[in-house]
Design a protein. Structure first.
Length: 77
């Protein structure tokens, strides 16, 4: 069940705001959130702008009830 929820969250992520998280695993992670009505692709635009060489994603979550999506991203390189 947990794997299914992670997959669903991964397929439906997005972002509108960003906040800096602690450095984990040698990367500086930033948290992004956006409205759940945006696609994950739309929400990841802010991470793409901040990380032109690409980025890693973790903790991708979606809450359909409150229409909110969030994930953490760290720039590659």
């Amino acid at each position: 069940m947990k794997t299914y929820l992670i997959l669903v969250a991964f397929l439906m992520s997005g972002c509108a705001t960003q906040s800096q998280l602690a450095k984990i695993d040698e990367y500086a992670w930033s948290e992004y959130t956006c409205s759940g009505i945006k696609s994950w692709n739309d929400c990841k635009q802010a991470a793409r702008a901040a990380c032109p060489d690409g980025f890693y994603v973790k903790n991708q979550l979606e809450n359909i009830t409150i229409q909110r999506r969030e994930f953490a991203a760290a720039c590659k390189g």
